[in-house]
Ligand binder design. Structure first.
Ligand SMILES: [Zn+2]
Length: 261
């Protein structure tokens, strides 16, 4: 919805109390899918800036740690214009908000690499992050399904290691704060963003085990964005991932200091 929701202070207090009680964190919010900060349409872009600003204000009010954002679609422009516009819109939307005093960080999510969408490659995500770093606290959210359908190989061991080195030399491993954990209905490189249950799609179960136990990402939150076809599917996907976690996983070196396979 474009229409902003107002937070009820009593609900905010209750949320905080429950988070403390159950030790739930970090809190990660996903920006409305309507937001397109690099739209060539002035009307859509203006609405997007207002909507995103309201998201940031609510996230600060909720004391969330992260707000995830898809960089948008630059249809009708070129990629460089789209990138500049997205950076400019984010700057406009956050003007005068004291983000540095809050705990909030904006996370740019990589996309499935559809035509005109910004952020289909790690290089593009890194470029946007570099543009924004002087303006707002910014990091990255990577989505397993988006990586896979955008063409990255996280299924084979060699492919995964190569992907890791690329993440490290573009975005930087430490800038990755959240992983969206989704299997994919479509094949690698298909650019089709269709999420599937963990282990039941074209990625399969092993790459999720590898990712969850990779100490490179020990600082990350892992979130299931899997479909709910039957009641309880969400909890089942989380349980599937929990079973993959090896409690005594050994720390390992950073990908760039590791030998290429
Ligand atoms: Zn996602």
């Amino acid at each position: 919805m474009w229409r902003p929701t107002q937070l009820d202070p009593a609900h905010v207090r209750q949320l905080q109390r429950l988070r403390d009680e159950y030790d739930i964190g970090p809190m990660v919010i996903h920006t409305s899918y309507l937001v397109n900060l690099c739209s060539q349409s002035d009307i859509v872009r203006c609405k997007s800036v207002d909507c995103f600003r309201a998201e940031v204000q609510r996230a600060i009010g909720l004391r969330a740690e992260y707000l995830v954002l898809h960089p948008g679609s630059w249809r009708g422009l070129n990629r460089a214009q789209g990138l500049a516009l997205a950076a400019e819109s984010i700057e406009d939307a956050t003007q005068g908000l004291d983000l540095k005093a809050s705990e909030l960080q904006i996370l740019i999510e990589n996309t499935a690499g559809a035509e005109f969408s910004l952020g289909g490659s790690f290089e593009q995500v890194a470029e946007l992050i570099e543009h924004l770093r002087p303006v707002i606290p910014v990091g990255c959210c990577l989505d397993t399904c988006h990586c896979h359908v955008a063409g990255y190989d996280l299924v084979s061991i060699e492919g995964y290691e190569a992907m890791l080195r690329l993440i490290d030399t573009t975005i930087g491993i430490k800038s990755v704060c959240v992983w969206h954990m989704n299997d994919a209905k479509a094949g690698r490189g298909s650019r089709l963003d269709r999420h599937d249950h963990i282990g039941r799609g074209t990625i399969g179960i092993e790459p999720f085990r590898r990712l969850l136990n990779d100490s490179c990402f020990g600082h990350c939150a892992f979130i299931a964005e899997t479909p709910v076809d039957d009641p309880g599917d969400d909890a089942r996907n989380v349980r599937t991932m929990l079973k993959l976690v090896e409690r005594d996983a050994q720390p390992r070196s950073t990908p760039t200091s590791r030998k290429p396979q």
